[in-house]
Design a protein around this ligand. Structure first.
Ligand SMILES: Cc1cc2nc3c(=O)[nH]c(=O)nc-3n(C[C@H](O)[C@H](O)[C@H](O)COP(=O)(O)OP(=O)(O)OC[C@H]3O[C@@H](n4cnc5c(N)ncnc54)[C@H](O)[C@@H]3O)c2cc1C
Length: 277
């Protein structure tokens, strides 16, 4: 049974900041609720107040500019990202990753910000955004700060966000627009399921990165590799980035083996020029 809680739905960032400041540690942000409601139903958490952020207009916007690149508001849901023309044209890896999340119904509800704030090691948006060198903008009454996504995840379900802060938007740099890309997600079943491992690769003329999910306490990314890096170098960097464990979904050995297989297969796709740009 759910514990009693109060509900607020501010319509401006200023009101949100002030609520989070006054009720830091007692108030919890509600976006799509697909993770939060499960936690509340199971009594893993019992917040005194839910602060619904979906009525704040700017948090729901997707913008593209040739100077900054792509800006994805925290409450943009997977379906909106998949359908966005600029995402499809310049950053199709993100549309592909969002499409791999849950079911149609879930994708209509689950936000991109929520996916990064839950910070599950298998978050599908995590490894794809890492491969694209994304950053997140965190806001509060104290101001706004930008954190590189590679530094943002600090442990399973842990991030750099402080209790009085909100993740406002995700920024994907312009130099990753039109990157060659490929993604693989290994699941136990053919239907919707969380990843046993996932691999997302992005390559431009200047850089190549591999983002990996479910293979470490957080989604992780390789160091920036030169675009011309050999398969051996890419695999070496990938194995350096991961630290898989045995769990109910797969053994450590299987995860390592399949990570190598997926890196090889995406690399071959990019080499053959068959990446969907
Ligand atoms: C059936 C099912 C299948 C799923 N399948 C997948 C899958 O295949 N792949 C995958 O990656 N995930 C999957 N998920 C997980 C989930 O749907 C995603 O993590 C989702 O994107 C979370 O977004 P939300 O808007 O629902 O977040 P919420 O549940 O509203 O919030 C999640 C957490 O983040 C906090 N939060 C949310 N937004 C912000 C913000 N802007 N700033 C600060 N804190 C914030 C909340 O307080 C809460 O702690 C699945 C979940 C279910 C129930």
């Amino acid at each position: 049974m759910l514990q009693e809680f109060s509900y607020q739905a501010p319509t401006t960032l200023k009101d949100l900041y002030s609520l989070l400041k006054k009720r830091a540690g007692k108030a919890v942000i509600l976006a799509g609720g697909t993770d939060l409601m499960v936690e509340m139903h199971n009594n893993w958490i019992a917040p005194e107040m839910l602060v619904d952020i979906k009525k704040i207009r700017e948090l729901g916007e997707i913008k593209f500019s040739r100077k900054e690149g792509l800006s994805i508001g925290a409450t943009v849901v997977c379906t909106e990202l998949i359908k966005d023309k600029n995402v499809q044209k310049y950053y199709p890896l993100l549309a592909d990753a969002a499409h791999r999340i849950g079911s149609h119904q879930l994708r209509n509800r689950a936000t991109i910000g929520g996916n990064l704030c839950t910070a599950s090691p298998c978050a599908d948006m995590g490894c794809s955004l890492l491969a694209l060198g994304a950053s997140v903008e965190l806001g509060s009454a104290d101001g706004v700060r930008i954190v590189a996504l590679k530094d943002y995840f600090t442990g399973p379900k842990k991030t750099q966000i402080q209790k009085h802060e909100v993740l406002q938007r995700i920024i994907v740099p312009i130099d990753m627009a039109n990157a060659e890309w490929g993604m693989r997600k290994l699941k136990r079943i053919k239907g919707h399921d969380l990843a046993l491992i996932s691999v997302a690769m992005a390559r431009t003329a200047g850089v190549m990165r591999v983002g990996i999910g479910s293979c470490a306490p957080t989604p992780v990314v390789t160091v920036d590799l030169p675009a011309s890096a050999s398969l051996d170098k890419v695999k070496e960097a990938t194995f350096k980035a991961v630290s898989p464990i045995d769990d109910v979904r797969a053994s450590k050995e299987y995860r390592l083996f399949m990570t190598g297989e997926y890196v090889e297969s995406v690399y071959a796709e990019l080499t053959r020029g068959r990446s969907r740009k």
